[in-house]
Design a protein around this ligand. Structure first.
Ligand SMILES: [Zn+2]
Length: 91
């Protein structure tokens, strides 16, 4: 289940640096929320990954995650969700 990832609506970024330190992140922040595909790698690597609070089975859980894909719009996200058996976030 979790290896398939999860679709969330959030402001994406391309790295874990503070957004003021990275022009690409700043641009993404300016464009606002998008539908994104994220995954949750469970590894022992000492790489600092961004964290996100998501709801799993009604519980708020803080997870490290990796941004897999940014969908260009809701239609694309919905299509991906359908094809991969994922749920769309409640808007
Ligand atoms: Zn960046």
């Amino acid at each position: 289940m979790q290896s398939k990832g999860k679709i969330v609506k959030m402001v994406p970024f391309h790295c874990a640096r503070p957004k003021d330190a990275c022009s690409k992140c700043a641009k993404l922040a300016e464009e606002g929320e998008k539908y994104c595909l994220i995954s949750f790698p469970y590894s022992a690597e000492e790489i600092s990954r961004p964290m996100i609070t998501i709801e799993i089975d009604g519980e708020e859980v803080l997870c490290e995650f990796e941004l897999e894909k940014i969908f260009k719009d809701e239609v694309e996200a919905r299509e991906y969700a359908t094809n991969n058996g994922l749920e769309m976030p409640k808007s």
